[in-house]
Design a protein around this ligand. Structure first.
Ligand code: SF4
Length: 509
């Protein structure tokens, strides 16, 4: 992948540059963060014309290596660089079109734009029909316009109204149900810049170049086996989906014990005949989405629905799947993260002294956000924004969604498979380096349990990189290279790995 697409929204210009990057590992997250570091002025504001949005698929994305359909999207915040990692066929399609990155700058002066990429080139389009459009309608419209082989990444009305709670959506593979995802943040930056969506049309998912195809194929089989034979990746995630992560966070030992005494994979009954969407991108060997439906017949409309059900139970003692499903659907269509919204509801009710939050109250709060009222805007400022209004209130601090880094000191991390050559770095830093490597290669972080638990896991990953690129990297080199650009920002997923690989310190904060 040597093509970089530059998009200047202010002047409506698109240009393509070919680069010969000697450091083949500058892909995915590493490419996006390095590009911003090297090219942006330090005083650039988050919401500004000058800020970049850099989108880059991982080095292994667009190949048949398992679970590699990930895309990194980075930008500069007022203090740092923020990266979000999303899954979907769009990552594989971008990589298959030989595109290493899309770099977006500027700001549309009128209306909103949709960037379209296909085998013939790249174009910026003004499409009024999708302006302030809900998520699914936007995906449908763009897929009708450019064909079913179009994958879409973009924002809903929340982002277009420049609300901090605005997320990015991405379309999942076609199938039943129509199953897409709205997660993370930075929807407000897309909205500020007037970029409604990026649509990529191609049939290709696995068109990326590989230096040593035969070896790559063999390694792909080996790594798939490591992943599917692992109790969390091969058993729990396919059986329970992302709820697995919540269970691991609550009580790792209890959950793993339950897992070893119960073969969940075999107890799944086939109560459903339809072929349903289980992967967020083709060629994932875990398929953590919607597997439960084979047993219950109930199909989630989006991956975060099960987490929203759990959050409602924990935060408000509301145990009503159809109610949560309806709320989640509205949040999704509006283009915001349901979990973030529920935490904002909890925080606002606490600070305003609301004793018990009811289903009716949650519905009211959601209506306030959608109508952009003052209360709605406070909720949409997320727990961070609400906290800023109540800085002196100590009881409120604990409700702010804490970044992964804040939790770091609560755990003593031990990774038994850490290579001897890396004895000069702590296990915690090894963990960070490993995750950054995974994000640069475009591998889903859910595979971390299997790869980190296997003595040969890192070697297999390193061998895949060498087979893909024809280079001769060493395992330790990958980790050091990743840590070179570590800027204190680790994916939120590390919170699960802290608990999986760590012992909790007695004096936790
Ligand atoms: S494990 Fe789940 S989240 Fe990861 S790539 Fe597969 S389906 Fe997507």
């Amino acid at each position: 992948m040597n093509k970089i697409v530059f998009v200047d929204l202010s002047n409506k210009k698109v240009s393509i540059r070919y680069i010969k990057d000697q450091d083949v590992l500058r892909s995915g997250r590493k490419f996006a963060e390095c590009y911003i570091n090297d090219n942006i002025k330090q005083n650039t504001k988050y919401l500004s014309e000058e800020n970049f949005i850099v989108i880059s698929p991982g080095l292994l994305t667009g190949t048949l290596a398992p679970c590699t359909g990930r895309l990194s999207i980075s930008t500069k915040t007022n203090d740092d660089i923020k990266t979000i990692n999303i899954a979907g066929p769009i990552a594989q399609k971008i990589a298959s079109l030989d595109i290493k990155a899309i770099v977006i700058t500027g700001k549309c002066l009128k209306g909103t734009s949709v960037l379209h990429v296909n085998e013939n080139g790249v174009s910026l389009n003004n499409i009024s029909e999708t302006e302030y459009g809900e998520v699914e309608k936007t995906i449908d419209f763009l897929q009708n316009k450019w064909g079913k082989e179009t994958s879409v990444l973009g924002i809903g009305p929340a982002g277009e109204h420049i609300l901090p709670i605005g997320s990015l959506f991405n379309s999942y593979p076609n199938g039943t149900p129509k199953y897409h995802c709205t997660r993370g943040k930075i929807g407000d930056l897309f909205g500020y810049k007037g970029l409604k969506a990026i649509a990529v049309t191609t049939k290709k998912h696995f068109g990326a170049d590989i230096s040593d195809e035969d070896n790559f194929k063999q390694l792909t089989k080996k790594i798939s086996k490591v992943i599917t034979e692992h109790p969390v990746c091969g058993k729990a995630l396919p059986a329970f989906g992302s709820i697995t992560l919540i269970e691991l966070m609550k009580d790792k030992n209890k959950f793993l014990q339950k897992l070893s005494s119960n073969n969940n994979k075999e107890t799944i009954e086939k109560n459903i005949n339809t072929k349903i969407n289980k992967n967020c991108a083709p060629n994932c060997v875990i398929g953590c989405l919607n597997k439960h439906s084979e047993k219950t017949g109930y199909i989630y409309s989006s991956p975060a629905e099960s987490e929203a059900v759990a959050a409602c139970k924990n935060l408000f003692a509301i145990d009503d799947t159809s109610f949560v499903s309806a709320i989640h659907r509205e949040c999704f269509e509006f283009g915001m993260d349901t979990i973030e919204f529920l935490f904002s509801c909890k925080m606002l009710s606490e600070v305003t002294g609301e004793k018990k939050i009811t289903k009716a109250k949650i519905k009211d709060y959601l209506a306030e956000v959608k109508e952009l009222t003052l209360v709605g805007r406070v909720l949409a400022s997320t727990t961070k924004g609400i906290h800023n209004l109540y800085v002196g209130r100590k009881d409120v601090v604990k409700l702010v969604t804490r970044s992964a880094k804040v939790e770091e000191e609560n755990f003593k991390i031990k990774i038994p498979t850490k290579p001897d050559e890396l004895s000069d770095i702590s296990d915690l830093h090894y963990l960070y380096g490993f995750m950054l490597v995974m994000e640069s290669l475009g591998i889903c972080l859910f595979t971390s349990f299997a790869i980190l638990d296997d003595k040969k896991g890192l070697t297999l990953i390193n061998d895949l990189v060498n087979a893909k690129t024809g280079q001769n990297y060493k395992e330790a080199e990958l980790i050091y290279k990743a840590l070179n650009t570590y800027n204190n920002d680790v994916p939120e997923f590390v919170k699960v790995l802290y608990r999986y690989y760590g012992e909790e310190n007695e004096n936790r904060v």
